[in-house]
Design a protein around this ligand. Structure first.
Ligand code: SF4
Length: 373
């Protein structure tokens, strides 16, 4: 019998307020961590809630009706999010991704999008503002998000077969609604659309080819994500991981593929286009388990209530909200962020087995619904 885990979100993740360095050095737009990786990408979780219960992220037996989600008062307000985000941009962040939980569940999200879109980008470049959603209410929201200033969307979709999709989201949610959401996002100009499929061997791997057939020929980047040991509640097992190499092999048996270069520094996906002339679309693989990409990981994550995490697999954060609500100045908060990043040495995926072996008792990795994927 598996042990039931009751998670209490905001008490569980230890996070102390980061130190404010004695000498406040103004951000220069180039901040390197201890492995010389620049800070370029900020993921902001705007809610810990979701209307799906995907087993690899929010398994229903843990995140059930007794689960305590964060009270609204503990969430960063839109004004606080924009203030902190502007300090990250000053440190060189060029891309902001809004995540969750399911970000479209946060009320008036368009207002936050408009406030972030108004931020001047680093070095005069336009800020790359994007969002990851499960697509459940995207059809209703796409046009307004675009009008507010959102640039692109990524939609999580684990199957095109309705029965398998309903099983994967464990909320009996129909796939047709998500597919219509993707169409609406394309019409609204939120492309190129990325579609992320988490592949779990024995659960939905038979959907790899149907997904490729469905999106081939459209301006969509279909990415296959290896099932990961994120958090501490999804019961991850290595034998349920289907290596990306096998995913590509399966597709290449039906469609000729040609490799593509990374679209930006720190890109997590390996990419291929369809070799047949005139066929739009591409596929990609994100292989955190079999082909770690920590060496150029330039991502920071801000949790829903303002804790800074430096890795998807971290178990400890840095409480920026304490500084924001504690009266610290922008210069002090920026300097604190700078110091935290400069000391960063995270590379969990490269050290996975060693980290597992060495993890102190009771240390829990942060849950994905809390800091976004
Ligand atoms: S495991 Fe951590 S350090 Fe490595 S790529 Fe993922 S988020 Fe970055």
């Amino acid at each position: 019998m598996t042990e039931k885990v009751i998670a209490v979100a905001d008490h569980r993740y230890r996070a102390s307020a980061p130190l404010i360095p004695a000498r406040l050095i103004a951000p220069t737009g180039e901040l390197l961590d201890s492995l010389h990786r620049p800070l370029r990408d900020l993921r902001i979780s705007v809610t810990d809630r979701c209307n799906f219960r995907c087993s690899y992220c929010m398994p229903r037996d843990v995140f059930d009706r007794d689960y305590t989600f964060l009270p609204h008062s503990s969430l960063l307000t839109f004004e606080e999010i924009v203030r902190v985000a502007s300090l990250f941009v000053a440190h060189g962040v060029r891309k902001i991704r809004l995540t969750g939980g399911e970000p479209l569940l946060r009320r008036d999200l368009e207002r936050l999008v408009a406030m972030l879109a108004a931020l001047p980008g680093a070095d005069g470049e336009r800020l790359d503002l994007t969002l990851t959603t499960n697509g459940s209410i995207l059809e209703r929201k796409a046009a307004a998000l675009k009008a507010a200033g959102l640039g692109r969307v990524t939609v999580s979709l684990d199957a095109v077969d309705d029965a398998i999709f309903r099983r994967m989201n464990d909320a009996d949610f129909p796939v047709a609604d998500v597919l219509r959401g993707i169409d609406a996002a394309e019409r609204a100009g939120l492309g190129p659309i990325k579609v992320n499929m988490v592949v779990k061997r024995g659960t939905n791997d038979e959907q790899i080819l149907p997904m490729a057939r469905h999106f081939r020929g459209r301006d969509v980047a279909l990415r296959f994500i290896e099932y990961m040991d994120v958090g501490a509640t999804n019961g991850w097992r290595m034998d349920e991981v289907l290596p990306s190499a096998e995913v590509v092999e399966r597709i290449a048996k039906e469609f000729a593929l040609a490799p593509l270069p990374p679209s930006a520094p720190g890109e997590t996906a390996e990419r291929w286009r369809y070799a047949e002339a005139g066929v739009a679309g591409e596929i990609g693989t994100i292989s955190s388990v079999t082909k770690a990409f920590c060496s150029d990981c330039n991502r920071a994550r801000l949790s829903t209530e303002g804790k800074l995490f430096l890795c998807l697999f971290a178990s400890r954060g840095h409480d920026l909200r304490a500084l924001v609500r504690g009266g610290a100045s922008d210069a002090e908060i920026a300097a604190a962020i700078g110091l935290v990043w400069q000391q960063r040495g995270d590379r969990y995926s490269e050290l996975r087995s060693a980290v597992h072996a060495a993890a102190p008792a009771g240390e829990r990795r942060v849950e994905m619904h809390y800091i976004g994927g």
